[in-house]
Design a protein around this ligand. Structure first.
Ligand code: MSP
Length: 642
């Protein structure tokens, strides 16, 4: 259920375990979150999302041991891989929390102490079958070695004296809450499962471990570290400022909380039972709701590292771009259900919906306005009987607000199909001797095409923006609010921009082959050590003034595809810097982001703009794709790197 319009829309993705590198399953959740947040912004709400990484627990400790590095080193590498993946895909998260950050530990300790004060935890002992992979004790009655109900792997005996959380005391309050808030858990099937589970009775749960050390120690009893799920869920709060001593952080979490949580269906119980109970016990407001999506399958099995059937997003992004991947995931998968991924289906959607559908409508419309009206949109009102933009907008909005992305997109494609038929029936190319009628048809085609750009700005942001510019507009299309937008008006004499194919048609077999080869290619080798380079003295290094900065504004530079104009706050001043990162970063994602800059570089001019410093980025792969160097969000602007 939508919250009152004035409240902020704060959404979270799960915090992903760092035992596996990001794959399409993780990307699915994060793309859905990104789309929903962009959609909510277009409805006029402040909207943002948090993502991050879940870095403690046995699973990570073992993965690090296997790799021969410390758990922290291991986590650092994978957390960065997640961040870079989301950056490359242009996903606009505002918050990224790592559960190994000190600000997170502070929040976890604070909540644990609240629970202690409120009498919700006690010490007890337990022995039973435990699944290391899912980090959970398998319920009573199960034998050691019995398969884990979540992943099917054999359980191991674990005996521990632990801190327990009085979950049993929350059965009634939870059931009352579910009843009072019928949309607390979506979809309905998940809600019914959770209610049945809670009605069957709740047992207290252990929230600490002594068998491992890779976790947040309990203050005053450091032999115990907190259970990884207790620790991780609190990331939804610590990531927006909970637990920070700074007044502005406190104000921030209080303004954004409660959240909406987007999760995969296998972690519904943690989010719908444990988490609300922890929050109740801590005296904190419960989330607005938990929305569960299904699994992305490959060859009919859940895509996962352990099954070994994962597909990476990166080859698809390189070959087709991020938007065709987003389109496939949002359009093909019925939200809430499992959906199958295949390269064939991806290419079919690409050619049918994007190249022949949307792209072709854009090409026909813009070419005709250019050819028959020298690029100026006619002022004549559209003819009656033309497909209705208004209905498409309303249908789209209703579907998207209900998280029904595939039907939302289908509404836009209805409009596109209707427009194709309308143009085929009106034959504008045969109307040159009926100028008024031609004006009406062209104007309507323009309005409908422009509407598709506004509607698709949340699902396919980069392509919608490109089309928007081709339609002759300069402002970001994502900032258009549905409510204020005059769908049927165009400024008099409006001139379209330059047309360029949005989605060139692809040969299916060849492209699938190209994707398979990239997928099979080993990950880029680590950069060779700088052994061959001559050594420098520390004084040489000290000459380079590296500073932490924060991007204030970021915009494209007309006519310079690779460059972005940035202003960066480096503590003492705000600098203008021109950076060659436009192919890798969407400028909309940069404001607020921490970067590292070379602050004492002599100023120079690029495309007539003064650049006062340089942003530090790693050059990745053969193409040298820039990946911005980052520092934790709470590092002050102006801090020097040495
Ligand atoms: N660390 C816990 C979550 C803690 S939240 C406080 C975790 N991590 S995970 O790395 O296993 O990520 C699980 C989530 O990744 C799923 O809930 C889902 O959002 C996403 N997915 C991982 N594989 C997926 C598919 N094959 N299909 C769809 N989503 C998938 O659980």
């Amino acid at each position: 259920m939508p919250a009152p319009p004035e409240s902020a829309f704060y959404l979270t993705t799960p915090l992903f375990y760092v035992n596996a590198r990001p794959h399409l399953g993780h990307a699915y959740s994060t793309i859905v979150a990104d789309t929903m947040v962009r959609f909510q912004r277009q409805q006029g709400r402040e909207a943002c999302f948090l993502t991050g990484t879940d870095e403690h627990g046995q699973k990570i400790q073992r993965a690090a041991e296997a790799a021969g590095v410390s758990p922290q080193q291991f986590a650092d590498g994978v957390a960065q891989a997640f961040r870079s993946e989301w950056d490359r895909l242009g996903l606009d998260y505002r918050y990224f929390i790592r559960t190994t950050e000190p600000r997170h530990a502070a929040a976890v300790v604070d909540i644990f102490q609240r629970l202690q004060r409120n009498g919700a935890v006690y010490k007890g002992s337990y022995s039973g079958p435990y699944c290391v992979s899912d980090e959970l004790f398998v319920g009573e009655g199960a034998e050691v070695g019995a398969p884990c109900p979540l992943c099917g792997r054999p359980t191991e005996r674990v005996t521990e004296e632990n801190y327990y959380f009085r979950l049993s005391a929350f059965q009634r309050p939870l059931l009352d809450h579910y009843r009072k808030h019928p949309h607390f858990i979506r979809p309905e099937t998940r809600r019914n499962e959770v209610i049945a589970f809670v009605e069957a009775g709740l047992r207290d749960v252990s929230i600490s471990r002594t068998s491992i050390h890779w976790g947040i120690p309990i203050p005053g009893d450091e032999r115990h570290v907190l259970y990884v799920w207790f620790d991780a869920l609190i990331g939804y709060l610590s990531g927006i400022g909970y637990g920070s001593p700074r007044a502005e952080d406190q104000a921030n979490w209080q303004r954004l909380w409660p959240a909406w949580h987007l999760v995969g269906k296998e972690i519904v119980r943690f989010h719908c039972v444990y988490w609300p109970a922890f929050l109740m016990a801590a005296g904190l407001p419960l989330p607005h709701g938990i929305v569960a999506h299904g699994w992305l399958l490959f060859d009919q099995e859940k895509m996962s590292k352990s099954v070994g059937n994962v597909v990476q997003a990166e080859p698809i992004r390189q070959v087709l771009g991020a938007d065709p991947l987003r389109h496939f995931l949002l359009r093909e998968v019925s939200f809430g259900q499992d959906g199958n991924f295949s390269y064939d289906a991806l290419l079919e959607r690409y050619n049918a919906d994007l190249a022949n559908g949307w792209g072709n409508l854009a090409s026909r419309t813009l070419t005709m306005i250019q050819r028959y009206r020298q690029g100026v949109v006619p002022a004549e009102a559209p003819a009656e009987g033309a497909p209705s933009v208004g209905i498409a907008v309303e249908e789209f909005r209703t579907r998207m607000a209900a998280w029904d992305f595939s039907r939302g997109l289908a509404e836009v494609w209805h409009l596109i199909g209707d427009m194709d038929r309308y143009l085929a029936a009106e034959k504008p190319w045969a109307l040159e001797d009926q100028p008024e009628r031609l004006d009406r048809v062209l104007r309507h085609a323009f309005l409908a095409l422009r509407a598709t750009a506004v509607l698709l700005a949340s699902a396919l942001p980069a392509s919608a923006q490109r089309l928007w510019e081709q339609l002759g507009f300069a402002t970001p299309v994502g900032e258009i609010k549905f409510g204020d937008f005059r769908w049927d008006e165009v400024p008099a004499g409006h001139r379209i921009g330059t047309f360029e194919a949005l989605f060139p048609r692809r040969d299916k077999e060849k492209t699938v082959e190209e994707l398979r080869q990239l997928e099979a290619a080993p990950a880029a080798p680590a950069a060779p050590a700088a052994a061959a380079e001559p050594k420098i003295a520390i004084d040489d290094f000290a000459k380079v003034d590296l500073r932490v900065g924060q991007v204030v504004t970021a915009e494209r530079i007309p006519g310079a595809d690779r460059l972005l104009k940035l202003t960066v706050d480096i503590g003492a001043e705000v600098r203008q810097i021109v950076a060659g990162i436009a192919l890798a970063y969407d400028p909309a994602t940069l404001p607020g982001r921490k970067v590292v800059i070379v602050a004492n570089l002599a100023p120079r001019k690029l495309r007539g703009l003064e650049s006062n410093g340089m942003i530090v980025a790693a050059a990745v792969g053969d193409a040298g794709t820039p990946v911005l160097v980052s520092v934790p969000e709470d590092t002050p602007n102006g801090a020097r790197l040495r």
